[in-house]
Design a binder for this molecule. Structure first.
Ligand code: ZN
Length: 185
């Protein structure tokens, strides 16, 4: 079991997964920012000396999150199997417990991924807005009932990147789906 799981959680696989994840966020944000810049005839993604280091840091952060999930996962799986055998549980019962456990790890991974993509997107957007000459942004929520009250209050308000609201940039708060729209002088 451990051998099998180690395959999923090998350092190489984790690094590949994290790299693909951060790369796909970058591709998504790049296209968005190019579309927003086009109105002013600017491509903010043409010269990005900050990008390599930012990507590297984001990937390493992601690797460490995935590694934490792995480190929690192994002892739990071991204990399910060990306890199951000790208590004379049937293979079917043990299997059900394992499936449930894997589901929990998967949920946690998705949760972390969603939270992280918002945060990475928020930071990338800020850098690219500034590159297209927008020193200010307009806070835009998803305008549905899931928007938290503290962000609903910010809907449509304009902030300076140099002086963002207390909750931080759009998208960076825990599981936040808000986005920043560029404001040009
Ligand atoms: Zn929000």
């Amino acid at each position: 079991m451990k051998g099998l799981s180690l395959g999923i959680f090998s350092s190489n696989k984790i690094l590949n997964t994290a790299t693909r994840f951060v790369n796909s966020i970058n591709v998504f944000n790049k296209k968005n920012m190019q579309d927003q810049g086009r109105v002013r005839g600017i491509d903010p993604t043409q010269n990005e000396p900050w990008l390599d280091e930012f990507m590297r840091t984001s990937i390493m952060e992601n690797v460490s999150y995935i590694s934490t999930i792995r480190d929690e996962y192994f002892p739990k799986v071991e204990s399910i199997v060990y306890q199951g055998v000790k208590n004379g549980s049937s293979p079917k019962e043990i299997r059900e417990q394992l499936v449930q456990r894997i589901g929990m790890s998967e949920k946690r991974a998705k949760f972390i991924a969603r939270d992280q993509s918002g945060s990475i997107l928020g930071q990338m957007t800020a850098k690219r807005h500034k590159a297209m000459g927008a020193e200010k942004f307009k806070w835009s929520t998803s305008k549905d009932e899931r928007v938290r009250d503290s962000h609903e209050k910010l809907e449509g308000k304009v902030f300076e990147y140099a002086n963002p609201p207390a909750v931080g940039l759009p998208g960076t708060d825990y599981n936040c789906r808000c986005v920043a729209m560029p404001v040009f002088e």
